[in-house]
Write a protein that binds this ligand. Structure first.
Ligand code: NAD
Length: 284
């Protein structure tokens, strides 16, 4: 039976470290602020935004919410980003995605100042990740790395498979594993020999968005299996991309859903916001 990787415990540790550092900065007169922008009434986005605001409270950051009408124009949103880019109280800017269809998400991401881009979605920060000179790491992949590290297993030289190639999860995930000297294979919707590739993997990160996609026969005995997926079943329950019941019988380590990667994403957002404040204050 696999060891369970407890995302709640690991995220609590990361947040406690952030809170301690934030408290020290406060003693030096430095307050930390995160601006959270939400457009429209997407219920899932509202849940995420509320969790991010709550996390800010936990670590002692100020959070500034901008809840905008669904029909706001792209220019109005760009104008707000411009104000936030120039607001000294704001260290990090988070625009909750997805945005309504009439707004070009890339135009908005590109408008965020790279040094306040705590999601690490701006092409400048994406490029820095590619060359390994990053200040901010994308929150979900960075959280996955913390979870893998929490097992104590050395990533170097391991065979790692990332299923999914999105800009938010799959691609940066692969890059972070590569920086840590894993031999990385990226699988996607056109991959033909997924079973064979996964069977050889020491580490599998599933970011597909399909319930029970990773089955027991895909996993090698003792492998680390990280489940990024969030899927809602017909009965309303949340589940990941991994068939937990079958895979946990073979894996060495596995993350649950919920309680695995999800809490880490928010913890890493807090860490990035702290980093932004330290960079601004020239503190290493
Ligand atoms: P996405 O839809 O952008 O990407 C899905 C990827 O899966 C694609 O790259 C596609 O090529 C791949 N894929 C689809 N079918 C496949 C198949 N048959 N074989 C192999 N690969 C296949 O999704 P995303 O934004 O990367 O998110 C993936 C999942 O992770 C979703 O469930 C999302 O909700 C979840 N997610 C969770 C967190 C978190 O904090 N836990 C954060 C971001 C995303």
């Amino acid at each position: 039976m696999a060891n369970l990787i407890d995302g709640k415990a690991v995220s609590a540790k990361v947040k406690a470290e952030v809170r301690d550092e934030a408290a020290k900065l406060k003693e030096q007169g430095i307050s930390i602020g995160l601006a959270v922008v939400i457009v429209g009434n997407n219920p899932a986005s509202r849940v995420y935004v509320n969790s991010k605001k709550k996390a800010c409270e936990e670590v002692g950051f100020n959070s500034y919410e901008y809840a905008l009408d669904e029909n706001i124009t792209q220019q109005e949103l760009l104008d707000l980003i411009d104000v936030l880019n120039n607001d000294d109280k704001v260290n990090g800017i988070l625009v909750q995605l997805p945005l309504p269809k009439h707004i070009d998400e890339n135009a908005i991401i590109n408008a965020i100042s790279p040094d306040k881009d705590v999601d690490a979605f701006h092409p400048y920060n994406v490029g820095k990740i590619m060359i390994g000179e990053f200040s901010f790491l994308p929150c979900t992949p960075a959280g996955v790395m913390e979870l893998i590290d929490s097992t104590g297993v050395n990533i170097s030289g391991k065979s790692a498979v990332v299923i999914g190639r999105s800009n938010i999860v799959g691609k940066p995930m692969s890059m972070l594993l590569l920086h840590r000297n894993a031999t990385v294979t990226i699988c996607h919707s056109r991959t033909t020999n997924l079973l064979e590739i996964c069977n050889a993997a020491d580490i599998i990160v599933a970011a597909v968005g399909k319930a029970n996609f990773v089955t027991g026969d895909m996993v090698k005995e003792g492998a680390i299996v990280i489940d990024v997926g969030i899927n809602r079943l017909e009965n309303g329950k949340l589940c990941g991309d991994v068939d937990f019941e079958a895979v946990s019988k073979k894996a060495g380590y596995i993350t649950p859903v919920p309680g695995g990667v999800g809490p880490m994403t928010i913890a890493m957002l807090m860490k990035n916001t702290l980093t932004a404040a330290k960079l601004k204050a020239n503190i290493k």
